[in-house]
Design a binder for this molecule. Structure first.
Ligand code: HEC
Length: 221
C-alpha cells in the first residue's frame, strides 16, 4: 500500500508539472525535445563566416585547384574547341584566353567569336554577378550604391571605355581595389562573355550612328 501511495503521488506531481504551466505565456524559448534541423552550423549566401580566419562566407577556390564541374584551364591551342578558337588571330599571345595578357601587356579583342549566344550568356552572368553593384546599364548605380557604397566604377567613363578587354577580364577574375575577384565563381569562358556584354552596355550609352557601316546606317533610316 505504501508503494501505491508513493507511485500515486509521483503521477500526480508529474501531471501537475507537465499540465500545470500550460496556458502561461512566457518570453522564453520553448524547450526543444526534437530541434529537428532548426539551427545548423551553415553559411547563408553572402554572409560573413565566423569560422574562417578571413571572415569570408562564400569560399574562393583554393589556388591551383579546379572546382568540380569546371574546365581545367588548358593552354590556348589545347584540344578543346574553345581553346582552339582562342588562338585564332592571337598566335603571338598563346595564353590570352586564360590571362587577358599578351606578353606583359593587357591584350585587346575577344578571343572567342562575338555571337548572339555569347551576348545572351554575358547578359545572364552580368545580371547575376555584377548588376547588384554596377547597375543594369553599367552606370555604377546598382542596389549597393543606394545603400551608400560609393566609388563603384561607371562603365561609361572614358577610362573604362578605353580599357583593354584583357584588363576587364582580369578585373572580373581578380578584382580591383574594393571590388573582390569573381574568378572562383565565373568560368574563363563566361568572363569573356561578360566582357562582351560590358562592351555592349557601353555602346548602348555612347554609340553614335557614325559607328555603323553605311549599309547599317541606311537600314536605320
Ligand atoms: C560588390 C560590388 C561589385 C560587384 C558585384 C562587381 N563590382 Fe566591379 N567594381 C566595384 C567597385 C567598388 C569598383 C571600383 C574599384 C576601385 O576602387 O577602383 C569596381 C570596378 C570595376 C571595374 C573598373 C576597374 C578599374 O580598373 O578601374 C570594372 C571593369 C568592373 N568593376 C567590372 C565588374 C564586372 C564585370 C563585375 C561582374 C563580374 C563586377 N565588376 C562586379 C564593385 C563591384
Amino acid at each position: 500500500m505504501k508503494y501505491f501511495f508513493l507511485a500515486f503521488a509521483a503521477v500526480v506531481l508529474a501531471v501537475v508539472l507537465i499540465a500545470g504551466p500550460r496556458g502561461y505565456k512566457s518570453t522564453n524559448r520553448p524547450f526543444e525535445f526534437f530541434p529537428d534541423m532548426d539551427r545548423q552550423p551553415k553559411v547563408k549566401a553572402q554572409t560573413e563566416s565566423v569560422f574562417f580566419a578571413d571572415g569570408i562566407g562564400p569560399r574562393q577556390a583554393v589556388p591551383g585547384t579546379v572546382p568540380l564541374g569546371w574546365d581545367i584551364p588548358a593552354k590556348a591551342g589545347g584540344d578543346k574547341p574553345e581553346m582552339q578558337r582562342a588562338t585564332n588571330g592571337y598566335t603571338a599571345a598563346p595564353d590570352y584566353f586564360n590571362t587577358g595578357k599578351m606578353g606583359d601587356r593587357w591584350g585587346d579583342g575577344l578571343p572567342v567569336p562575338a555571337t548572339a549566344a555569347l551576348m545572351k550568356r554575358g547578359q545572364d552572368r552580368y545580371v547575376i554577378n555584377c548588376q547588384i553593384c554596377h547597375g543594369a546599364n553599367g552606370g555604377g548605380n546598382g542596389v549597393t550604391s543606394k545603400y551608400g557604397w560609393v566609388g563603384i566604377a561607371n562603365y561609361h567613363d572614358q577610362r573604362i571605355v578605353d580599357m583593354a578587354d584583357g584588363e576587364i577580364f582580369n578585373t572580373i577574375a581578380n578584382g580591383k581595389n574594393t571590388m573582390y575577384g569573381y574568378g572562383g565563381n565565373i568560368t574563363v569562358a563566361d568572363r569573356w562573355a561578360i566582357v562582351a556584354y560590358v562592351r555592349a552596355l557601353q555602346k548602348a550609352q555612347l554609340g553614335r550612328p557614325s559607328d555603323l557601316t553605311p549599309e547599317q546606317q541606311a537600314n536605320l533610316k
